[in-house]
Design a protein around this ligand. Structure first.
Ligand code: RIB
Length: 313
């Protein structure tokens, strides 16, 4: 009988087509500027995380909603060609989500998301995916589906004893009663500040804000701090796992690839410190490439990157 591989990581989240404009400097309010180029890439935080995990070797299921349009059809094909299970990737009457992204000469980005189909993921879709939320399974979500749906899903994952990673991007405050339902919360420094209403400019401030979330019941907080790496706060204390400095070309999807890698490594029993180290490397490789999905590394690329730095996996 044909053996079906068990899913390592279930991603519930967004899919979008990124319209990427490169320019020297971001425009100021009221200013018109001339751009250098415009490119289209597949993106969306959910799908980026799904492809990141799949390229590293995970068996991934992507749950979300695409538009009934050419973008949606092409995106579905792409995910299938990456070996991702799309059986619960639904189709909306709305258009596929879009993101307008500007990248300046320093490789920094500004992103504006048009949710479209992503915000039509509703309670009937939640009911249709309940069977995917099995005890002990690894689920990762972000903040690009509708806020009410995200809250419903956090509760449901908790009820079903799913291991939930929540990447709170883009950031908005999370109700305190939901915090103890999250196994691993993965903000960046800015998002950590929004979640806690505390400053996060220095490492000491990041430590204090992460401890605050732990006090409110989050089991593990992993805060990404750019090229410096990531800060883990869990029952074993708080510590920084160093990053891998590289020359950034385009930082879009660096956080997503970090999250996809983290979910995959944890799903196969890697310790949190080692998982974060690998995820830091995956994030670093991602910023050296252009576009979201095109810049996500494979397991071989990760291995080579680490080997160049004397790390064996
Ligand atoms: O994190 C990067 C992603 O954010 C982009 O791909 C864009 O679609 C937005 O969702």
């Amino acid at each position: 009988m044909h053996k079906i591989d068990p899913i390592n990581v279930t991603v519930i989240g967004s899919l979008a087509v990124d319209m990427v404009v490169r320019l020297d400097d971001f425009p100021l309010p009221g200013q018109t500027i001339m751009a250098k180029s415009l490119d289209y890439f597949f993106g969306g935080k959910g799908a980026n995380q799904a492809v990141a995990a799949a390229r590293l070797g995970a068996k991934v299921k992507m749950i979300g909603k695409l538009g009934n349009d050419t973008h949606g059809a092409r995106y579905r094909e792409l995910l299938q060609s990456e070996g991702i299970d799309t059986s619960h990737l639904f189709t909306s009457a709305d258009a596929t989500g879009l993101a307008q992204i500007m990248i300046n000469r320093a490789g920094e980005n500004q992103i504006c998301v048009i949710p479209a189909a992503n915000h039509t993921f509703d309670l009937s879709d939640v009911a249709a995916i309940e069977e995917d939320l099995t005890e002990g399974s690894m689920v990762i979500m972000q903040h690009e589906l509708h806020r009410d749906i995200t809250q419903t899903l956090i509760r449901l994952c908790h009820e079903k004893k799913v291991r939930l990673i929540l990447n709170p991007a883009p950031a908005y405050p999370i109700a305190e009663e939901l915090l103890p339902m999250i196994d691993i919360l993965t903000p960046n420094e800015t998002e950590l500040s929004v979640l806690t209403a505390l400053p996060t400019e220095t490492e000491a401030q990041v430590y204090a804000a992460a401890r605050h979330l732990r006090d409110l019941g989050v089991r593990t907080v992993v805060t990404t701090i750019g090229s410096r790496g990531a800060v883990i706060a869990d029952e074993n204390g708080i510590r920084t796992v160093a990053g891998f400095p590289v020359k950034p070309v385009d930082t879009v999807a660096a956080g997503d690839s970090f999250n996809g890698a983290l979910a995959y490594e944890l799903s196969r029993g890697t310790s949190i410190d080692t998982a974060v180290r690998y995820a830091n490397a995956v994030g670093a490789i991602t910023v050296t490439g252009v576009g979201a999905i095109p810049s996500l590394p494979t397991a071989d690329q990760l291995k080579a990157f680490l080997a160049e730095r004397g790390i064996d996996i």
